[in-house]
Write a protein that binds this ligand. Sequence first.
Ligand SMILES: Nc1ncnc2c1ncn2[C@@H]1O[C@H](COP(=O)(O)OP(=O)(O)OP(=O)(O)O)[C@@H](O)[C@H]1O
Length: 783
Amino acid sequence: MGQTAVSQAEQVGAVTAPPAVGSKKVQHAPRTDGVPPQQSSMLGDIVSVVVGRKLEDIVELKKGKPLGHGAFGTVWKGKFLEGGKAVAVKTLDKQKMKQLKVPDSLVMSEVEFMGDCKGQQWFVQLYDFLDTSSSFHLVLEYCDGGNLEDAARALEGGFSELRASDLMKQLLSGISFLHSKQICHRDIKPQNAMLLGHVQKPHARLRLGDFGIAVRFQPGKLLTEKLGTPAFMAPEMHMLPRSAGYDSKVDLWAAGTFMVFLLALEYPFVDNKGCLLKNDLLRGDLPIWEGNAFQSLFRNVQEATGLCRKRPSPVARDLVRRLLTPKRQVRCNAKEALQHRWITSPPSETRADEAQAQDAPLLQWSDFEEGLTGIQREFQRAAEEVVQAVENIQIGSDLEQQILLDPKDDRLKNCVVCFQESGHFGFFCKQCYHSVCIQCLVKLPKPECPHCRKPASDVAAAQHLAKIAEAFDAQAALQAGSVAWKAALEVGSNVAENLGKVGADAVVDIDLGHIRPVTEEQRKRSSACCVCDTPAGATNHVCPECFASVCFPCAKKLKERQCPSCGDVDHNAEPLKHYLAAAEAWDAAMGLATRAGEGVMSALSTGAEALTTRGAIATSFDTTPTDGADGGALTSEYDQALRRAISVQAQLRVSHACELCSAPSSAFDLACGKCAVSLCSSCVRTRLGPDPCCPGCGDREVFNVKAVQFQRNASQISSSASQLWDGLLYFGQGLFNIESTGTEQVPAAPLLVPGPRHQPHSKDQNLPRLVIDDGEVTTEVSL
Ligand SMILES: Nc1ncnc2c1ncn2[C@@H]1O[C@H](COP(=O)(O)OP(=O)(O)OP(=O)(O)O)[C@@H](O)[C@H]1O
C-alpha cells in the first residue's frame, strides 16, 4: 500500500465490496512493444484463462526488495523472459484474500476494467493475468517513477504550478476517458497514480491504476455503496446512506483533493499528523455541511498544511473550488475541468501572478458556503419529508439499502466478534458487511462496527433492542411460535386493515381471535383484568385454562409465568413469555422513536411547528384518533396489538438473507414457518403479486394478502422510526454534549437528552449512550 494508508479495517472495508460488474468474461490488457510473441494468445480482447501456466515461464522476477506491498500481496519488478521488457508483477495471495474475505471476483473485475483501458496512455497497462492455485498474478507495465505520492514527497519544495497542471491534465484526461466508458474509479488518489519517468521531468507520464473498487455506472442512476479512501471521498459518499447516492462526480472531488496535494503536498482533509480530520469531516457521519465544523476544518487545514504560505494562483484556487464543490450537481465534470484555464494555460514557472495571490489561501470558507447551504437545504427538505411520511405512515419504501451479498457469505453468517453464528437479530454493518450476534452486540463498548469501526447510530438502537431480544430464547420462541404467530398475524392483519383509516378518525378494531370465550361465564372472566379489575383490552393475556384476563402492567409484576387466577403454569408460561416480550419490544421501539422524534423536534429550527404537531411516531400513536366512547382503551388495544405482533415477528428466526434479492434479513422480513424462507420488506412490496405465497414452498399460511399488508405497514413504521432517529443525529446538534479539544471533538457525555415530554422507560437507564466517537475507523492514516 502506499503511504497514506487508511487503517486495515478501512482498507478491507474499501476493497471487500461486492464486485460491481457480474460475471463478464475477463478481458485482458493490450499487447505492447516488448511483449513476447507467445503471449499474444492471451492478450486478445477477451480470453479464457489458460490453465497450468506458471509465472516463471513468462517472467523473471527481480530478487530483493519488492516495489511495494498492497493489502493482499506484493508488487515485484521483473522482465519478460522473451523481449526483456521490464514489468511489475502484482501477486495477490489467495489465502490472504480468503482470510480478508475478499472474493476472487474482485480481482476479475479489476482485470476487466484494466482491459477496458488497454492502449490508453492514461492507465497502467495490464500485459498478462495468471490465475494459479495459490495466487493471482497481474503482469503490469513497469512504472519506473513509482507512485505519485512517494515521488512527490521525495521532492524538495514540491511542484511548480506548471508541473502540477500537467499532472492534473493527465489525471483528468484519464478520468474523462473512464467516465466516457461509464466507469467510475472511486479510488482516485496520488498513491494510485503511477509515473513513467521522473516526476519533475516534463515528459513524465502519469498512469492511473488500481481498479480494485471501480464500478460501471448507468448515467442517471445513482450508486449507493460507500467505498473508497475516506480522505478522498466526496460529501455525497460520506453522507451515505442518508444521501440519495453518488455518481461519477465523486472522482472529480477526489481529483480536487489530488490537486490540493500537488500544490501543497498535503491533503485538505488530513491534518499535519496524517489523521483524517474525522471529527470535523465525519462528525455523525455527516460532516461538512454543518457550517461551523466545516469552517473550523478549513482553518485547521490551512494551519496544518501551510496552505496560506503556498499562495497558489487565483486560477488554481478557482479550479480547486470547482472540483471541491460540495454539491455534485454543480461540481464540474472531467471535460469541463480539462477546459479550465489552469489546465489550458497554466501559470508559468516564474509564478508571475504570485503577488496577486497574496493572502489568498487555496481554500476559502466562502467558496464553499453556497454549496453547503444548498446541501443543508436538501436536508431540511428531507427531514420535512420524513415528517410528512410519518404522518401518513408511508415512509421507508425506497430507503432500504440493497446489499447484494451471497447469503452464504461468512460475514453474514458468523459474528465477527465471537465467530459463532450471527443469528438473525444482530447488527449488520453496511460498510464492511460484517455481522455481530446479539450476545456480542450488547457488549460492544462503543456504538460502532467492531470490525471496521464505522460509527453507526443503529448500533446503539440495535443494542437496545438486542437487550430485549436477549431476554428470551429465539429458538424456543420459534418452536412455540406457530400459535403465537398465527395470532400475531391475525392481530397484524386487523391492525393493517385499520392502520390506513387511523388518520381518518377510524376506530381501531382489533380482534385477537385466538382465545375466544364461549360461555357467558368465560366472557365475564375475561372482560376485566383479574388482578386490578381494569376493563380488559383486546390484547390482555387470557388464560387458556380458566379464561381469566390479565393486563400488561399486572402481567409484568407476576413473579412466575402462571395464570394469576387459577395458577396454571403449563398453558400460560409460554404465551406469557411472548406477551411480556412483545410489550417490552414495543416499549423499546417506542422509546427509540420518541427520542428520535424529540431530537428532530428540538433541533430543527424551521419546520418546528410541523414537527411538534406530528412529532415522532410515538406521538402519532399517542394521538391515535378514537371514537370518543372507549377511546383510551382502543388506543391501548391498538398499541398492545402492535406490540405483540411486532415482537412475535421479531423473534422469528429467518434465513440470513432475502430469498429473492439476497439482502440481509431484518426483523421485518416475512418468514415462512414451514420452509424458513424469508423475504425482505422491499421484495414483499414489489415482488409478491396479488396472490402471495411463499416463494420457497408455495405455502400461504404466512404469505397471504393480510400478512403482506401488515408486514408493509410494520416495516414502514420501523423505517419511520429509524429515519427519525437519523434525523436526530443530523439535526439534533443541541442534543449532543460535545467538548472541543483542538481539532478533536470529543463527546464528553454524548447522550441524547430526553425532551420535556419524554417519560423515560425504566429500561432507558440501561441504554447504551450514543457516542459520536473520534473513531479510529478512518483515522489511522500514516504519512
Ligand atoms: N506498475 C507498477 N510499477 C511500479 N511500481 C508499482 C506498480 N504497481 C504498483 N507498484 C508499487 O507497489 C505499491 C503497491 O501497489 P498496490 O497496487 O498493490 O498497492 P495499493 O494500491 O496500496 O494496494 P491495494 O491494491 O491493496 O489497495 C505501489 O504503491 C507502488 O509503489
